[in-house]
Design a protein around this ligand. Structure first.
Ligand SMILES: [Zn+2]
Ligand SMILES: [Zn+2]
Length: 210
């Protein structure tokens, strides 16, 4: 899919990977080929071959949180494309925990993400929003009108809070104060399932009509 961010043309690829169909996202500036990879959760070979086909130059590998289905291909992708890996410090421990299917390949982070960090990315910026509640170190990435929301907000649903470090109150606070303050036309790219918008979720998401 092609998107215009600040008058520049970007290519957005969505690759559902692994046992849970986790959305791995690649966003690349079509002119400069600068790219980011969000949540390389599994199927490293597939992700790498798409990156190579695109001739992407990866600036950052970004994890929305540390669950195994979002981080499982971190190490192989990182070692292949030689880009730094960023995660919130509160979720770092999960990178070395095994997945239910065996060893984890979460790798080692190069940098920690903090709320309101701004990462330069060509003509646009990546703004980090700390959105805990699904995990303690959960973050969302706002790139112009694109929001990579991880497992915080889904089309018609919200993230689970019954896993380690989860909290319903904290998650609702993150969604209301970090995400629902964004403009209605913000495109929400969740960690699983279809894309939506802040406006659609504001109007229809049953969890937000309290
Ligand atoms: Zn998760
Ligand atoms: Zn997930």
């Amino acid at each position: 899919m092609k998107v215009f961010l600040q008058e520049e043309k970007y290519i957005l690829e969505v690759l559902p990977v692994g046992m849970l169909g986790t959305n791995c996202y690649i966003l690349m500036n079509e002119n400069t080929k600068e790219a980011i990879v969000v949540d390389p959760g599994a199927e490293a070979e597939k992700i790498i071959s798409v990156l190579q086909e695109m001739e992407a130059k990866v600036n950052y590998i970004l994890n929305t949180h540390g669950h195994w289905d979002h981080i499982g291909a971190n190490a192989i992708v990182k070692d292949t494309v030689l880009a730094p890996l960023y995660i919130h410090q509160e979720d770092e421990i999960m990178l070395s925990q095994p997945s239910p299917y065996g060893k984890s390949y979460g790798g080692r982070p190069d940098k920690y993400l903090h709320n309101e960090d701004i990462l330069p990315f060509g003509e646009v910026f990546i703004k980090v929003l700390h959105t805990p509640g699904h995990t303690k170190g959960g973050v969302s990435f706002l790139v112009d009108k694109l929001l990579f929301a991880g497992d915080t907000l889904f089309e018609g649903s919200i993230g689970r809070t019954d896993l380690g470090g989860g909290s319903y109150e904290v998650l609702m606070d993150s969604i209301q104060n970090q995400l629902m303050v964004l403009p209605d036309d913000t495109i929400v790219l969740p960690g699983h399932g279809s894309a939506t918008t802040i406006g659609i979720e504001r109007a229809n998401n049953p969890f937000l009509r309290v």
